[in-house]
Design a protein around this ligand. Structure first.
Ligand SMILES: Cc1cc2nc3c(=O)[nH]c(=O)nc-3n(C[C@H](O)[C@H](O)[C@H](O)COP(=O)(O)OP(=O)(O)OC[C@H]3O[C@@H](n4cnc5c(N)ncnc54)[C@H](O)[C@@H]3O)c2cc1C
Length: 503
């Protein structure tokens, strides 16, 4: 099959659909989106919220939010100025406009900018699961405006002319038929490398053994195809950005995972030693820095410890401690457990602590599965953790002394969360490191053009969405940054490609 279009977008999810719909809006006539999956939307359908600043949602709800300028400074500081400042600046000064475009042009309805995780009213959510809403509206707009959407067609290689300029895409459909697509411009929007073990090993080489690290947003179609295709043409790469989201239990029971993460629960490593200020998850804007600390522990594992009196305290004083608990509790998300079932026990809009009603039953199940170990003595705790009895005893005795004096000598945990561990049985909860989505890999400039190792663009080639890097450092920034950058970069790539096509 041979096909000629003005613009070919590879990957029909958040980034690809924004690019295609916006390019068509600007006047590009023949816009084609190919996606290798039977359904458009990729992992974007699962996203819960979109970070943004200076957005119309924040304006109409009166949300007191940092300005785009302030967000720029925070993002660059938080990421140690690793990202491309020009790219970040364009993203953060345009994301608010893109939210408005999603609402006004595509018909997405955001009901709030929730103060999720950072406490900043920045996490834009729809009444129904947000990523799914965005995808559905973009598909409808694409169909209404004549963007051609084709599923079950997988791009394999980019086609170039003798000068190295991209002139199209070589693809294959599900019946094995080859598609030769000629296009003036091509946008790669194929998502992350999360399901490609070879790329994971290569990009995470400096992080050591990843055996115990679970890639949480591991979606089978995210095999890094766009990155591989562009590298065939000499494209440069970036380090991978990470949203570390440990500690979590695995396979996951979202409710016992919340206990593990609670600020009172001390976390010890395999040597039986605390390694972090455990209330970081709520006392810092960037709560996931707790997980960054976990990254440098032996085997990237930890053990959360609660005693009987702490569990009793939580059951008697039903309270949400951090925004993730609220999200789990309020049904804002289509949380599914590891087996893909809707986790109805986590969802209750009216009573956001209802999940605690089931927690003892959950704990018993986790004990039976060996992910929580109920211990009657320090010796049993040592055995569960794999450390010496003396090590765990010393850690807990020291910690109890900090609780008594109201001052955590080691990590300065807030007094409010210093709860002594004195009553056996104690519960040792196994905690793994997790990464949400590996972010980036393919280097782009501030116009979303794919860049070669000599810093020059590959002519006619753009990249958008999570396949492209250089806008996030090695660690995360504002919560919901991925969907923010995904929608922005799709919009920008579509606009830049359209300008080039229309002249
Ligand atoms: C469970 C879950 C929850 C999340 N929650 C959030 C959140 O709340 N906020 C947030 O900011 N981020 C969140 N993320 C991350 C966010 O969803 C992703 O980073 C984002 O959706 C990536 O968008 P994308 O368009 O770049 O790629 P994707 O959505 O992964 O789409 C890539 C598309 O490209 C197609 N494709 C791939 N290779 C080819 C090929 N060779 N040929 C043709 N098509 C191809 C795929 O089929 C897919 O449709 C979450 C992720 C998951 C999995």
């Amino acid at each position: 099959m041979k096909k000629t279009v003005d613009l070919c977008v590879i990957g029909g999810a958040g980034a690809g659909l924004c690019a295609a719909v916006h390019a068509r809006e600007l006047g590009v006539r023949a816009v084609l989106v190919i996606d290798k999956q039977p359904k458009m939307g990729g992992c974007t359908r699962m996203a819960q919220g979109v970070f943004s600043c200076d957005s119309p949602v924040q304006k109409r709800t009166g949300a007191k939010m940092l300005s785009a300028d302030e967000c720029f400074t925070y993002h660059m500081d938080m990421t140690n100025c690793e990202p491309d400042g020009k790219l970040v600046r364009k993203w953060l000064t345009t994301t608010g406009k893109v939210i408005g475009w999603l609402e006004d042009y595509a018909g997405v309805e955001f009901i709030e900018a929730a103060p999720w995780s950072t406490g900043l009213p920045a996490y834009h959510m729809c009444a129904k699961p947000t990523g799914n809403e965005i995808v559905n509206h973009l598909i409808a707009k694409a169909q209404e405006t004549g963007v051609e959407l084709v599923n079950n067609v997988r791009a394999k290689h980019l086609i170039t002319d003798d000068a190295g300029a991209v002139t199209g895409v070589l693809a294959e459909d599900k019946d094995g038929e080859e598609w030769e697509i000629t296009a003036q411009r091509v946008i790669i929007a194929t998502g992350s490398i999360s399901a490609n073990q070879e790329l994971i090993q290569r990009f995470y080489a400096q992080d050591g053994d990843m055996g115990n690290v679970r890639i949480m947003a591991n979606v089978p179609h995210n095999t890094g195809d766009g990155l591989i295709m562009a590298e065939e043409l000499g494209a440069d790469t970036t380090p991978i950005g990470n949203l570390y989201i440990g500690p979590h239990n695995h396979p996951s029971n979202p409710r016992t995972a919340l206990l593990l993460r609670r600020p009172h629960t001390i976390k010890v490593n395999r040597n039986g030693e605390r390694f972090v200020d455990e209330d970081m998850i709520i006392t810092r804007w960037w709560g996931w820095t707790l997980a960054v600390s976990l990254n440098r522990q032996p085997d990237k594992m930890c053990y959360g410890i609660m005693d009987t009196s702490l569990l009793r305290y939580w059951l008697e004083n039903k309270k949400n401690y951090y925004p993730l608990e609220m999200i789990h509790g309020t049904g804002h998300t289509n949380i599914k457990d590891d087996y893909g079932k809707d986790d109805a026990k986590s969802l209750d809009r009216v009573n956001p602590t209802k999940w605690l009603d089931h927690i003892e039953e959950d704990i018993e199940k986790e004990i039976a599965a060996g992910r929580i170990i109920k211990c009657g003595s320090y010796a049993e705790m040592a055995q569960a953790i794999g450390c010496t009895e003396e090590a765990i005893r010393t850690t807990i005795e020291d910690y109890n002394r900090y609780c008594e004096q109201g001052y955590d000598e080691e990590f300065l945990k807030e007094k409010e969360y210093l709860f002594p561990l004195t009553e056996f049985p104690m519960y040792v909860m196994v905690g793994h490191q997790g990464i949400d989505t590996p972010i980036g890999g393919l280097r782009v400039d501030h116009n979303q053009k794919v860049i070669k190792k000599d810093s020059r663009p590959i002519p006619n080639l753009y990249a958008a969405g999570i396949v492209s890097g250089g806008w996030m450092g090695r660690n995360y920034g504002f919560f919901g940054s991925e969907m923010s950058y995904v929608t922005y970069s799709g919009y920008a790539a579509g606009e830049n490609a359209a300008k080039a096509i229309l002249g």
